[in-house]
Design a protein around this ligand. Structure first.
Ligand code: AMP
Length: 353
């Protein structure tokens, strides 16, 4: 299926990822139609058309499917059964969604395909929470199976006997408990896979998180991560092939003394790939458009010896006049209005020699 420039791309989800996807699609001559339940989502303001409807509104999804030539999603907490209405027009398909939106399904899938994850068990009761402490030791982290992002839906147990309280802190939601990984660094593999099975990978970014939120990504990632790159790329490629994923796929890793350990999969463009807009020959957003439209993939070549991307979180965005004045800083603002703590408002990319 080739969706030629001039066609309409549907984007499900209205956040900054959808906004940057729509911008990239416009650059290749496509129109975008954003589907989201929110009032005035950031992506809709840069798109040709928008539908405001709940994600499980079958009639609205059918009308949306009829109005677009291909559709994609910019986040994974979506009802896979409802999105099946989009049939073959949806790229990536619902299999990628179903795997990435439930942490237990995701971990099992990674293990089945030879990837390594931290030791984990499912938690559905107080007995399970206590058993997790016995089985996995301390510290350990409880993560809700669904709807967690940016460190939300997570709680750590550090003291003996505190597992129940940690599970309570995430509202006793169906969860997984995971042993703490003693990692030296965090990094990600961002790849694109075409419908024909062609794969393109960017340089691996080193990712620095604070409070569960990505603060900064840098490429090159340094010797430690570069030494694990082949193994990590092989693991990420194997997962993309196993799901028959079409589009950009991100796999987040911990770098440990025993090699790369997968943290999680995102079946989409990713915050740690924002550096590619200014720092690579083809951005992750343009590449995703190419992949889902059946166009050839572009070069992932890095354009400078080093590139860094800093998120502007909450009030960081108020610094925009200074960042605009900084020579060589590439400022990206998401048009989200008032900043609030923890909210991703924009990012700034710097290329260095
Ligand atoms: P996640 O939402 O699973 O990506 O977790 C957010 C962040 O919490 C990660 O990027 C890590 O910095 C930290 N984290 C999550 N799980 C673990 C773990 N098992 N061991 C150590 N740190 C973790």
């Amino acid at each position: 299926m080739i969706v030629a420039p001039g066609s309409t791309i549907g984007i499900i989800g209205g956040g900054q990822l959808g906004r940057m996807l729509a911008n990239a699609a416009a650059g290749l001559g496509y129109d975008c139609h954003v589907y989201a339940p929110d009032l005035d989502p950031p992506a809709a303001r840069v798109a040709a058309q928008a539908t405001r409807a709940p994600y499980d509104d079958i009639a609205a999804l059918r009308a949306f499917a009829a109005a677009v030539d291909v559709a994609t999603y910019e986040f994974e907490n979506l009802p896979a059964e409802a999105l099946a209405e989009l049939g073959a027009k949806l790229r990536p398909g619902t299999a990628s969604l179903a795997i990435a939106q439930d942490r237990a399904v995701e971990k099992s899938f990674i293990e089945q395909h030879g990837g390594r994850v931290s030791r984990w068990i499912t938690v559905d009761s107080d007995e399970d929470a206590e058993a997790a402490e016995q089985a996995l030791g301390l510290p350990l982290v409880f993560k809700s199976r669904r709807l967690g992002y940016d460190g939300k839906g997570q709680a750590w147990a550090r003291e003996p006997g505190s597992a129940g309280a940690a599970w309570e802190a995430i509202d006793r939601a169906p969860a997984i408990a995971e042993a703490a990984v003693d990692f030296a660094a965090e990094f990600s593999v961002i790849l694109a896979r075409s419908a024909a099975g062609e794969i393109a990978v960017w340089d691996l970014p080193l990712n620095h998180h604070e409070g569960g939120i990505l603060r900064r990504s840098t490429v090159p990632a340094g010797d430690l991560v570069d030494g694990l790159a082949d193994q990590a790329i092989a693991a990420a490629t194997g997962l993309a092939e196993a799901i028959d994923h079409v589009g950009v796929l991100t796999v987040e890793f911990f770098a440990t003394a025993d090699g790369p350990i997968v943290n999680e999969i995102a079946p989409r463009v990713h915050n740690s790939g924002h550096w590619t807009i200014d720092g690579a020959a083809t951005s992750q957003f343009e590449q995703h458009v190419r992949a889902i439209c059946g166009l050839p993939l572009g070069s992932t070549r890095r354009l400078a010896p080093s590139v860094s991307m800093d998120n502007l979180i909450g009030d960081d965005v108020l610094d925009w006049p200074r960042l605009l004045a900084e020579p060589g800083a590439h400022l990206h603002l998401y048009g989200k209005g008032e900043p609030s703590p923890g909210r991703k408002m924009g990012h700034v990319t710097r290329l260095r020699n």
